[in-house]
Design a protein around this ligand. Structure first.
Ligand code: ADE
Length: 317
């Protein structure tokens, strides 16, 4: 009774069949799946009221149950934008830090494949490591560092499931160039205030979490070439690419990772500081979940606008 190995295909098929049985004709063939990260589920409110099907993760056979506050779990099917494009939204995701296995973290991705989805747009909230990034900026991912994967915690570990893809999938082209080009075009078209929010391209470092990075870890990740750091996305992207799904991914910078070394207890200037001054220093840039959710709320609208513009342009071509 496991989702691992050969069973994964049977289980995903069972789940896909269940989901399909709940969908009316007009929603049977979703083209694009959109994974909504922390605070980015607002896209749901922008799809057509009818036809629309919302399936709570708790009611879907084999689906992982998400346990984090602010990450509701709903698989939503509907039509988006003036062209009424059929989409599937994953509002809330299973994270590795919750204790789920990599099979469960990536299960929904495989169900998407079996539902016939060809393109997946993955969003997340992430910490900014690149000094040029501000809170609220959007990063279109062009590569990743799978730190967990490099040491064997990898969603494709185990017998290969040939029905989905090959044993040794390449990832050098994981972040689809054409989709990234479309993204930058769409961003220009939207003409958002560049003072308020910028669009970058960057590298995402996947860490297990749930604790945020230490200062030394932030510096290490930066040296390794990461621009943002987060606790999701990479497993889903690997499994999507394994199955031949085209991928586009965005990080919303919800906090700036602290790169400076912080206070050293043997420094005379620290000995001379008042308690208030010390507290102020110590709290500077400290990541917290509340801040992450708030930055998400503010920037979410622009991110939604961007995703909708990309979808709309995609549909036109
Ligand atoms: N998600 C949001 N901010 C993060 C950070 N600093 N590190 C990891 N995941 C995050």
């Amino acid at each position: 009774d496991t989702l691992t190995g050969p069973n994964a295909y049977a289980r995903a098929s069972e789940t896909a069949a269940y989901v399909r049985s709940k969908l009316p004709e007009a929603l049977q063939k979703p083209k694009v799946a959109i994974v909504c990260g922390s605070g980015l589920g607002g896209l749901v409110d922008t799809i057509e009221a009818e036809p629309k099907v919302e399936l709570a993760y708790s009611t879907i056979p084999n689906f992982p149950q998400s346990t984090v506050q602010g990450h509701a779990g709903n698989f939503v099917f509907g039509l988006i934008g003036p062209q009424k494009i059929p989409v599937a939204l994953l509002v809330g995701r299973a994270h590795f830090y919750e204790g789920h296995t990599m099979d469960l973290v990536t299960f929904a991705t495989r169900v998407c494949k079996l539902l016939g989805i060809g393109t997946m747009i993955v969003t997340n909230a992430a910490g900014g490591l690149n000094e040029n990034y501000e809170v609220g900026d959007i990063v279109c991912l062009n590569d990743h560092l799978n730190l967990a994967g490099l040491v064997g915690i990898h969603p494709l570990r185990g017998p290969n499931i040939d029905e989905f893809g090959v044993r040794f999938p390449p990832l050098s082209d994981a972040y689809d160039l054409d989709m990234r080009r479309r993204t930058h075009k769409a961003w220009k078209k939207l003409g958002l205030d560049q003072q308020k929010r910028r669009l970058h391209e960057g590298v995402y470092a996947f860490v297990g979490g749930p604790s945020y990075e230490t200062r030394a870890e932030c510096r290490m990740l930066r040296i390794l070439g990461a621009d943002v750091v987060g606790m999701s996305t990479v497993p889903e992207i690997i499994v999507a690419r394994h199955a031949g799904i085209r991928v586009l991914a965005f990080s919303l910078v919800t906090n700036k990772a602290v790169l400076d070394t912080g206070l050293r207890g043997n420094d005379d200037t620290i000995q001379a500081m008042s308690k208030t001054e010390l507290d102020e220093h110590l709290n500077k840039g400290k990541a917290n979940h509340q801040e992450v959710l708030e930055a998400g709320r503010e920037a979410a609208k622009d991110m939604q606008g961007l995703v909708k513009q990309i979808l709309s342009d995609l549909h036109e071509d």
